[in-house]
Design a protein. Sequence first.
Length: 252
Amino acid sequence: MKKIGVALSGGGARGFAHIGLLQLLHELKIEVIAISGVSAGAIVGSFYATGFAPMDILKILKENSYLSIKNILWRKDGFFSLEPLLKILQKNIAHNQFELLLKKLFITATDLQNGNSTVFQSGEIFSAVMASATIPVIFEPVEINQIKFVDGGLLNNLNAEILKNECDFIIGNHVNKLNQEINFSSKINLLEHCFHLSIAHKVYEQSKFCDIFIEPDLHNFKLFDAEHADEIFKIGYNEAIKFRNELMALKS
């Protein structure tokens, strides 16, 4: 069987669609050896690389999502706190080392000071995941080795290239598909669309490294729509199942 890797993009609550893809792979008994995760994809990927089954990941993140309004903590400096995310990781993942994972994991974050993408693949997992998931302006940057990091999606929201030397076959799952119908009367919608436009070129450039590129339509869901986790999961699963024949061929 081919060495298979999955690249999971950022996307806030839309990242529940990643679990839909992983669930299909689980049902088809397709083994994944490596995961590249950005932001929401880094969170899902960290649990998956630890050995959690997809449905267990869904349950944990539904009950504890740091993108749920009930778990948002406001800091005095104007930023939201990432403490809820840290607590989720500490509570559910028994160790904090990349080297102890059952699958290879690559986490991409953005180095604010040097203006480039950084890939974490050794050392502490929790700080890398938090750095990758630190949505700019909303969350305070995470400092690692005296360097401040924010959301990996800022410069590379689908790091499939990092898997090319590890895997024979790469599946990319991008949960920020551009919406052609925008309500420009909404400032939030306009701002989010502009952000997606700014990162789209890099995403589709990275998609060239994917043997299968999946892009579920999730434009009806917003960054903090964690309460729609089941619906987003189902859309991700249904989009992935369109590639069932290609995926089954991997087993031959």
